[in-house]
Design a protein around this ligand. Structure first.
Ligand code: FAD
Length: 360
């Protein structure tokens, strides 16, 4: 079955919903396709103890502030609940579970294809996030390692790691927080490429957002600014990480030289037995559905002009990371990208088809 529509948003996480908010305000004909069974996007898949690193009022989507939590920093369950209620509040037309297999060019637009249905869209917003594309670096001998390996995308809690030798690999916030948690029940070793960068204790996610904003404003105004200390990847000293530091376990080692069957060999030739490796090595944008468009470079990234694809005028990106908008991967930061994308789309549709837009 094929349906015609002005805009299809692929992905119903925070980025897809923020985009829906502005498309709705612009009076556009749109819907959102999401392959999860319920609202929440990536937050449904994070580890159980994860809390935001900014307070609720600094973690809100456009139009409705996240309710204040009894903790300063809302839990992942509170974020999931907020996203579900946000979706309800504005009656966004979200269809689930619908997995988009491909987006391809046809004469009058972009053809969005799922298992049993397809849509002809005049514009497409890709907001598929990153959690479904975990990245694991290629360490020598990894294929010979007989222990268990998981990515932070699969980690939920430390219960089944009790008493084991666990290697946590990765120097960002996921690595620090998972190291902090697993080290309470097992013999944990933390491996990072460089010495991790810890933010001061009194700095939280708000500062990271302010820094991203300063950079965005400078770029927009054609100014250069001294790069502020700290980026979105630097480690926020949330309570469990501070507690790990107090226990004396917040130390990272530089990478080992290779895996063997039951552990790793370090550069000085010593061997450590390892039962489990947790890869906290990040994610790549989940853009497989865009393969037919052939717009991604060797690093898997499309060229963009703001939020719009440079090589496909009917395609926009929201969420993901800095490449499609400063702080676009955060709850508060995504508003800017979503507003820009929806504004651009409204303008584009007016130009090609005047009747498709109406006043808000
Ligand atoms: P997602 O939430 O991943 O949503 C994308 C949706 O699209 C998903 O439902 C996915 O299943 C669906 N999808 C994917 N492919 C398809 C397809 N082909 N067809 C249909 N649907 C598809 N952010 C903050 O704002 N504040 C914080 O304090 C914060 N702390 C964090 C701490 C850690 C340790 C980590 C790892 C992340 C943190 N984040 C934080 C970031 C945040 O979790 C993610 O960046 C955010 O969830 C991304 O939102 P999104 O909507 O872009 O993607």
């Amino acid at each position: 079955m094929r349906t015609d529509i002005d805009v299809v948003v692929i992905g119903g996480g925070q980025a897809g919903l923020a985009t829906a908010y502005f498309l709705r305000r612009a009076g556009l004909d749109y819907f959102v396709l999401d392959d999860q069974s319920a609202p929440g996007g990536a937050w449904r898949h994070t580890w159980n103890s994860l809390h935001l690193f900014s307070p609720a009022q600094w973690s809100s989507l456009p139009g409705w502030q996240m309710p204040v939590s009894h903790d300063t920093y809302p839990s992942r369950n509170e974020v999931i609940d907020y996203l579900a209620r946000y979706e309800d509040r504005y009656h966004f037309p979200v269809r689930r579970p619908v997995h988009v297999k491909s987006v391809s060019r046809v004469q009058d637009g972009l053809l969005v294809t799922a298992a049993h249905e397809e849509w002809l869209a005049r514009a497409v917003v890709s907001a598929t996030g990153t959690w479904s594309a975990p990245y694991v670096p290629d360490y020598p001998g990894r294929e010979n390692f007989g222990g268990r390996q998981m990515h932070s995308a699969q980690y939920r809690n430390p219960d089944d790691l009790r008493g084991q030798n666990v290697l946590v690999v990765g120097g960002g916030n996921s690595g620090a927080q998972i190291l902090a948690e697993v080290s309470t029940v097992c013999n944990a070793t933390w491996v990072t490429l460089q010495e991790p960068v810890f933010l001061p204790d009194d700095v939280d996610g708000r500062v990271l957002f302010e820094r991203a904003t300063a950079k965005w404003q400078a770029l927009r105004d054609g100014r250069t600014i001294m790069a502020p200390v700290g980026g979105l990847g630097d480690i926020v000293m949330v309570a469990p990480v501070r507690e790990a530091r107090a226990r004396g376990v917040l130390h990272a080692m530089r990478p080992f030289s290779h895996f063997d069957a039951d552990g790793v060999v370090w550069s000085d030739g010593t061997h450590s037995r390892v039962d489990v490796v947790i890869w906290c090595t990040g994610f790549r944008p989940a853009l497989k559905h865009l393969d037919p468009l052939q717009i991604c470079d060797a690093n898997g990234l499309p060229r963009t002009d703001g939020t719009r694809a440079s090589d496909e005028e009917r395609l926009w990106f929201v969420g993901y990371g800095e490449w499609c908008g400063a702080a676009s991967a955060t709850l508060i930061g995504v508003m800017r990208s979503a507003r820009d994308a929806a504004g651009d789309i409204a303008q584009y549709l007016r130009a090609i088809q005047p009747r498709s837009t109406s006043a808000p």
